[in-house]
Design a binder for this molecule. Structure first.
Ligand code: IMP
Length: 174
């Protein structure tokens, strides 16, 4: 188990930021059909909240990738544990992720999705933690940028599977 340190974003803050993101995405994709692709398990909570704030028709699919396992460091090797059900060719894909840290996971994912010839692929990450970024990655929609490299839990984010269900986002006490 871990000890919770400072709370970075309260449930109320999260809710209002998700609403803003939903409005922005609804405007940008107006008249198009959107396929939201959630990355399990961390983005599940954000995905469900965001989907309810998007006011155009959306479809949803999920992928599961292995990155950290029980460790808190990205290994750089990304494996697909569960692939999409949907054929994404000619479709507008929005990848929904909990947090971008080194960027390795989403960089890999974006490249592999591009090979399937979608109409577009964009990224929506609730948190952007640029301190440890290893490559340049465009994140079209982001909830918050977090300075420093604290390990965060809550709102889907876990530390060795603990803490995902917390309704707020907090730093783990070191
Ligand atoms: P990246 O490949 O280093 O960008 O790692 C992305 C993934 O690492 C995220 O989807 C999370 O699952 C996990 N991750 C990165 N930082 C944190 C954190 O502070 N708390 C919990 N999980 C994290």
């Amino acid at each position: 188990m871990f000890e919770i340190g400072s709370v970075l974003f309260s449930a109320r803050q999260i809710q209002s930021r998700v609403r803003e993101l939903g409005e922005e995405i609804s405007r940008d994709y107006a008249g198009k059909e959107l396929l939201m692709v959630g990355i399990l398990k961390g983005a599940a909570m954000f995905m469900m909240d965001l989907a309810r704030e998007i006011h155009i028709p959306v479809q949803m699919d999920f992928m599961s990738l292995s990155s950290y396992g029980a460790a808190t460091e990205s290994t750089g090797t990304v494996q697909t544990r569960r692939d999409l059900d949907a054929d994404i060719s000619n479709r507008h894909v929005l990848v929904v992720e909990d947090i971008v840290d080194t960027g390795l996971t989403l960089n890999y994912l974006k490249q592999s999705l591009q090979l399937r010839q979608p109409a577009s692929v964009k990224i929506c990450a609730f948190l952007d933690k640029p301190a440890r970024r290893k490559l340049e990655l465009e994140i079209e929609y982001k909830g918050y940028v977090v300075e420093g490299d604290d390990f965060l839990v809550g709102y889907g984010l876990d530390m060795a599977e603990e803490g995902r269900a917390l309704p707020y986002i907090a730093a783990v006490r070191r």
